[in-house]
Design a binder for this molecule. Sequence first.
Ligand SMILES: NC(=O)c1ccc[n+]([C@@H]2O[C@H](COP(=O)([O-])OP(=O)(O)OC[C@H]3O[C@@H](n4cnc5c(N)ncnc54)[C@H](O)[C@@H]3O)[C@@H](O)[C@H]2O)c1
Ligand SMILES: O=c1ccn([C@@H]2O[C@H](COP(=O)(O)OP(=O)(O)O[C@H]3O[C@H](CO)[C@@H](O)[C@H](O)[C@H]3O)[C@@H](O)[C@H]2O)c(=O)[nH]1
Length: 446
Amino acid sequence: MTVIGTGYLGATHAACMAELGFEVLGVDVDKRKIDSLSRGELPFHEPDLPELLRKHTASGRLRFTTSFEEAGAFGDVHFIAVGTPQRSGEHAADMTYVDAAVTSIARAICRDSLIVGKSTVPVGSARRLKALVAEEARPSVRVDFAWNPEFLREGFAVEDTLRPDRLVVGIDSDEADSVLRRVYENALSRKTPYISTDFETAELVKVAANAFLATKISFINAFAEVTETVGGDIRTLADAIGHDNRIGRRFLNAGIGFGGGCLPKDIRALQARVSELGLDSTMRFLNEVDEVNLRRRERVIHLVTEVLEENVEGAKIAILGTAFKPNSDDVRDSPALDVAGRLYSSGADVNVYDPKANANAAKRFPRLNYCGSLQEAVRGADIVLLLTEWDEFVGMTPAALGGLVNRRNLIDGRNVLDPDVWIGAGWTFQALGRKSATKVLSEAAG
Ligand SMILES: NC(=O)c1ccc[n+]([C@@H]2O[C@H](COP(=O)([O-])OP(=O)(O)OC[C@H]3O[C@@H](n4cnc5c(N)ncnc54)[C@H](O)[C@@H]3O)[C@@H](O)[C@H]2O)c1
Ligand SMILES: O=c1ccn([C@@H]2O[C@H](COP(=O)(O)OP(=O)(O)O[C@H]3O[C@H](CO)[C@@H](O)[C@H](O)[C@H]3O)[C@@H](O)[C@H]2O)c(=O)[nH]1
């Protein structure tokens, strides 16, 4: 089989398919990426993936190429895993990479095959792409088409791919269904739910799942805005409603909000697509989900300004974390990096440290001071901001930081630290979803 597009999704899928015993050829237009993968070197950070990549490139079961001709002759199942980023200046998904990849492989295929889309796409794409394949493929070969959305989470990509919680396939032929059942035989042998449906449902399952997750996060963050005003503890609130099995505790962690290469762009693309379909008001609530999410970043900046008594210009700010979540080096739409960039633009002297994402962050915001360690980042700081909850930051103690900073000010943007510990050690401690300490003090005085 081939996997076309070898980024976060495609490289993971290719290595995991090799782990399951398939001969796999990864294809990308980015020659540097292909050279690196061919050497067994993963060009991004993802736990457990380097080991799989090394193992299967060494055995020869996993190879990489930039040649679609080679891909067309190599396999009879071709996964499409190229990017669908937000179109510049718009909310809609940019489908040019998917269209190009499908066209290239359709033209190169020289035996009966199945093309399987995995990228996240606007509903209606699979049907359109199937027609495109029919136009582009050689008349002598039968090329079937399927849509099989992917639900992996960065940081757990290998686990999610090898042991998915469900498989969803959009198909319009029994042949495609039986090929996909063979591909996913390993998961099916463990009774993994396998939902075989039409193209449109399969495409919509993916965006519905991400819209639901984004809504859940913004729901708890909207309540964080309330507890910030009236008092109350957002973590206890989340725990308490989470005990209700109908709600569930997962994805109720209040903080600086969601980012990454998926949730933000996917809720925007969904709104754009339903508007195109004439359903302007149907997904309007996702605007609010997006706005609540973006307001969390403003809230952090507001807290910094409050703690520093308006003196952001020239202040030394230490930002812990630039990745959009821990265990990833992905900085796409990262709330942490966005806040770092905005504080820099306000004239602050910004130190940043992320255990894995410094290099990617530096490509986007070269002017921040990138530090090699937590200690280096906080040295001389007037305020420390924890914005990505890496274990290293969750485990830090007032004793370890106290002697390094200039002023003992801390903002916990992920609600992972114990306020009592820090306040007890003489720190000014602020967290999202917590009534501002300065406000509490001024109310007491008033
Ligand atoms: N990252 C995730 O966790 C994840 C999970 C599920 C679904 N998805 C979806 O998967 C898709 C890919 O996401 P990603 O994060 O891997 O993106 P990415 O940007 O990391 O990777 C995309 C890759 O496609 C390559 N590419 C672009 N045009 C190509 C072409 N014509 N032929 C071959 N390769 C081409 C790029 O060079 C790049 O390496 C998106 O639709 C995304 O929404 C991503
Ligand atoms: O309670 C929570 C949970 C998550 N987040 C944030 O939400 C974002 C997304 O997190 P997560 O969903 O774990 O990461 P992704 O790797 O982007 O995975 C999402 O997007 C992928 C691409 O579509 C899907 O495949 C996954 O199922 C879906 O979880 C991150 O910034 C997290 O910090 C919160 O703020 N609070």
